[in-house]
Design a protein around this ligand. Structure first.
Ligand SMILES: *Cc1c(COP(=O)(O)O)cnc(C)c1O
Length: 409
């Protein structure tokens, strides 16, 4: 063994692989600074409306082939507005994957409707199309679908299903702005597409969101609902300005992340104890390429001598790597009075317990960092039993600072 492979994990007192911690997001960007400067000089930062909002709207409309783009204060609000735009309310049901962003579940409740939870595909932990048929009742009004953790839902098949049944789709592209799914930009499928510009997201203005549709009726309903003599959920002119240069570098950044993901998976190899959610091509379409807001893996505790997923994540964070447990599955954290479900949701239950996600900023850095991440995993693997032992005997020593800019996205 060389000295590298004997490195003591940071959680056991060794030196962290990334002593500075994970890279801060967003990265410094000259073009963004320029917008800030210009906005300051022109005084546009203090206006309700200006050229930036209009330009952003137009660029998003073109990118998504949607006539109507409604900018708003968050992705969460955009999803709520989408449900309202479809006229969904009390007594209605909305089909949603049982493993998804919690805000989507809450939004369905917020409009008075009931989530109908269905299980996810075991390969990528995204909505399983095969279960849709069983989820339909006479109250079904919509399918709300997101692309998560480097996975993609095969949207052509979903859209075919939607056309056949007349059930509209809301496509939540908050984690994957600008990616390509079977020849179309994510967020351009179905009746409504949703984006988030939250502080941790790939396109960020700190806060913000967008709803995109080609239906004038839906857009009209949304505008009527959110206009109260003034906009109730606005995106600001300054936020719009900050997003415009990011749209220009988005594709280049997607490519860089993709290259780094490939390096990382190669470094990890077949037997790392982590199985990527992204390496299955289930869309059968070479024009698709995924996005990585969080890179998801199934964690196999047995491979790590029984080290729990939570302790594995703590150990990685101690190395300065932003790896976290995935979402809680929605049926595990809400009273079953609040939702309906198709079956026992076995795959989503496993996802709740086994997924880990790597936060994206490191994927825009140097290739050598991918090797360092793989090495960190292998060191933790080699000393997993000691880590478990230490947790059992000295749990209070192991608290360490975590970055607080990861809301429950
Ligand atoms: C972040 C996120 C949202 C909500 O976006 P916010 O702007 O943070 O409110 C919705 N859906 C998914 C899948 C997300 O990741």
């Amino acid at each position: 063994m060389n000295s590298l492979s004997q490195k003591k994990p940071a959680i056991l007192g060794g030196t962290a692989c990334f002593p500075q911690g994970p890279p801060e997001w967003p990265f410094p960007d000259k073009a963004v600074n320029q917008v800030l400067e210009e906005a300051q000089q022109s005084g546009i930062w203090g206006k309700y409306h200006g050229p930036y909002l209009e330009q952003l709207q137009q660029e998003l409309a073109t990118l998504h082939q949607r006539e109507q783009v409604i900018l708003c204060s968050s992705g969460t609000v955009a999803v709520e507005l989408a449900l309202r735009g479809l006229g969904i309310g009390k007594g209605d049901e909305v089909i949603l994957a049982a493993y998804d962003f919690e805000g989507n579940f809450k939004n369905i409740l917020a409009v008075g409707a009931t989530p109908m939870l269905i299980d996810v595909d075991s390969r990528n932990c995204n909505l399983d199309l095969n279960l849709l048929e069983q989820a339909i009742t006479k109250s079904t009004k919509c399918i709300l679908v997101s692309h998560l953790h480097g996975g993609m839902v095969p949207m052509q098949a979903l859209e075919n299903f939607s056309t056949k049944t007349g059930i509209p789709i809301i496509e939540d592209a908050c984690q994957v702005p600008g990616i390509n799914i079977e020849g179309r930009t994510a967020g351009s499928w179905g009746q409504i597409g949703i984006l988030s510009f939250g502080g941790s997201k790939l396109l960020t203005a700190g806060r913000g969101g967008a709803l995109m549709t080609s239906s004038p009726q839906i857009a009209q309903r949304v505008k009527l609902y959110s206009y109260r003599g003034n906009e109730a959920y606005p995106l600001t002119e300054l936020q719009a300005g900050l997003l415009i240069p990011q749209l220009q570098t988005l594709q280049q950044h997607h490519q860089k992340r993709q290259t780094n993901v490939e390096h990382l998976l190669q470094q990890l190899g077949e037997n790392s104890g982590l199985t990527s959610l992204t390496n299955t091509d289930y869309t059968h379409d070479t024009s698709s390429y995924p996005g990585y807001y969080k890179l998801g893996f199934k964690y196999n505790a047995d491979h790590f001598a029984g080290l729990s997923r939570e302790r594995f994540c703590d150990s990685m964070q101690a190395e300065g790597i932003a790896l976290f447990p995935g979402f809680r599955a929605l049926h595990m954290i809400h009273s079953n009075k609040r939702f309906k479900q198709v079956n026992q949701l076995p795959v989503a239950t496993l996802c709740d317990q086994n997924l880990v996600v790597l936060h994206h900023p490191i994927l825009l850095t140097d290739e050598k960092n991918m090797k360092t991440i793989a090495q960190a995993i292998s060191h933790i693997h080699d000393q997993a039993a000691q880590i478990t032992h230490m947790y059992t005997h000295n749990p209070l020593n192991l608290r360490h600072k975590k970055s607080n800019d990861y809301p429950m996205e």
